[in-house]
Design a binder for this molecule. Structure first.
Ligand SMILES: NC(=O)C1=CN([C@@H]2O[C@H](COP(=O)(O)OP(=O)(O)OC[C@H]3O[C@@H](n4cnc5c(N)ncnc54)[C@H](O)[C@@H]3O)[C@@H](O)[C@H]2O)C=CC1
Ligand SMILES: CC(C)CCC[C@@H](C)[C@H]1CC[C@H]2[C@@H]3[C@H](O)CC4=CC(=O)CC[C@]4(C)[C@H]3CC[C@]12C
Length: 409
């Protein structure tokens, strides 16, 4: 169980306030050419027998996983989409050959999760609270990301569901609190995964729960097979932060001011390829349980290695924005001061309003620290190749940016 080798493990130094469960006190169970997205490409020669559940299926990544499953999993009979907020786009999927069941529910409610999991063969757990801006409290982040994941695991065990794929994050590994670079590392690269921020802490704890649940006996006596996927920064159709930068650039007269040195590499991966990895893993877990069970895989594709801002310009440039400066226009100490002021303001204003700007000491540290991956573990273990080339990923993202608001379509 666990990873190959003893590398970047994601076992950080996360601590939660007393009573909420900390690292030691957690309630650990036991210890391309795809063409338009549409349903109906399933090979009718194969029996449609499987029931899949996607938690967080209406989120940025979740929607892509849902659509990818409908398109690329020929054995699908029923697809359950579980989310706190259901998207109207689900309606259009209900007319296809696969039964699409929309379930409005909350992963923190064990009984709701158990009901959704009952009878499912595979669970893809993408639901999570993605908050590095201080919008939610640390307790809420823990409740959704850690307790929610524990509820999913227990529901699988109770219901006899054998295959669980968890969407983890690169943040489980780093950048760490020391700001050490992780340059084109892989799943076995040694790295001290030490975190303080609630989001990476919660993802690390949840990932650990999922990996440790691998091999638990589910109802009926067969072993649970789990694995975790760790995307780097995901981009593509539906990426809200990209839109935020676009609007910020428009407000500044079509310009964005460089804040991060161009030499800092930040790993990025196209959402369609991340979704494809989830679909492949879910399919292959059954056949390669001994190899893949309890494993972690970074999500990767052929997206170029660039700084966060330079990478964004691949899409924002064609939308008419310009990144000003070859070097950061403000010195790092001044940015850190502004980020700290933002954090202070957030704290002072909290009783009155929610002030949650993109720049805070944590986001500055993440954007300013090299963290990129170079690995072929997914190819070796389950034959993953990116479905979308860099050119296609870029073109699709630009097309979505230019088309304006709305769904990922
Ligand atoms: N966006 C990124 O760059 C990365 C995201 N991830 C992970 O990927 C997963 C999906 O992230 P995104 O699609 O970016 O976020 P998102 O916020 O777009 O999607 C998350 C979905 O989970 C749902 N959700 C939240 N709380 C819930 C609850 N209590 N019960 C049921 N559903 C709930 C939300 O309604 C949303 O639809 C998350 O687990 C995140 O940690 C990992 C690496 C990078
Ligand atoms: C000028 C500022 C300093 C620029 C701020 C950019 C930030 C908002 C983003 C820089 C890096 C992003 C994070 C990174 O891609 C890794 C992530 C993984 C996840 O699992 C969730 C999202 C995120 C934390 C992502 C969030 C935005 C950034 C911090």
């Amino acid at each position: 169980m666990g990873q190959e080798g003893g590398g970047a493990s994601g076992r950080g130094r996360c601590r939660w306030p007393a009573g909420l469960g900390d690292e030691d006190g957690l309630p650990v169970a036991s210890l391309g050419a795809l063409g338009p997205w549409r349903q109906g490409m399933a090979d009718s020669a194969q029996a449609q027998e499987l029931v899949y559940l996607v938690t967080g299926g209406c989120g940025f990544l979740g929607e892509h996983v849902v659509r990818m499953l409908l398109q690329r999993e020929p054995r699908l009979r029923e697809l359950r989409v579980f989310d706190l907020h259901l998207g109207p786009w689900l309606e259009e999927l209900k007319t296809g050959p696969v039964q699409v069941t929309a379930i409005q529910g909350d992963v923190t409610q064990a009984h709701e999760v158990a009901a959704a999991v009952a009878g499912a063969h595979v669970v893809i757990h993408t639901a999570g609270l993605v908050d590095v801006f201080g919008r939610a409290s640390p307790e809420t982040i823990r409740e959704v990301n850690v307790q929610g994941t524990q509820n999913v695991i227990e529901a699988c065990v109770q219901n006899g569901t054998r295959f669980l794929v968890y969407t983890s994050s690169m943040e489980v590994v780093g950048p760490n609190i020391k700001g050490q670079p992780f340059y084109r590392g892989n799943e076995d690269t040694p790295y001290e995964a030490a975190h303080r921020h609630p989001y990476p802490c919660s993802k690390a704890l949840a990932e650990r729960l999922v990996l440790e649940a691998n091999g638990r006996k589910v109802r009926g006596g067969l072993p649970l097979v789990t694995c975790a996927l760790r995307p780097t920064g995901i981009y593509g159709e539906g990426h809200q932060i990209m839109k935020d930068f676009y609007h910020q650039g428009l407000r500044l007269g079509g310009r964005l001011l460089r804040a991060i040195p161009a030499s800092v590499e930040h790993g990025r991966v196209y959402v369609g390829n991340v979704a494809w990895m989830h679909v492949l893993v879910a399919r292959e877990l059954e056949h390669r349980a001994a190899l893949m069970g309890g494993q972690v895989y970074f999500c990767y594709d052929h997206s170029p290695y660039k700084s966060y801002e330079d990478f964004n310009m691949e899409f924002l440039g064609p939308c008419g924005l310009r990144l000003v400066g070859t070097h950061p226009l403000l010195p790092y100490w001044l940015l850190l001061l502004l980020a700290t002021l933002n954090a202070l303001l957030q704290w002072l204003l909290r009783p009155l309003l929610l002030y949650a700007p993109l720049l805070n000491p944590y986001t500055l540290a993440v954007a300013n620290t090299t963290f990129s991956v170079s690995t072929d573990k997914a190819r070796r273990h389950f034959g993953y190749e990116p479905l979308f080339s860099w050119e296609e990923s870029r073109a699709r993202t630009i097309h979505w940016m230019q088309a304006g608001e709305g769904s990922t379509q």
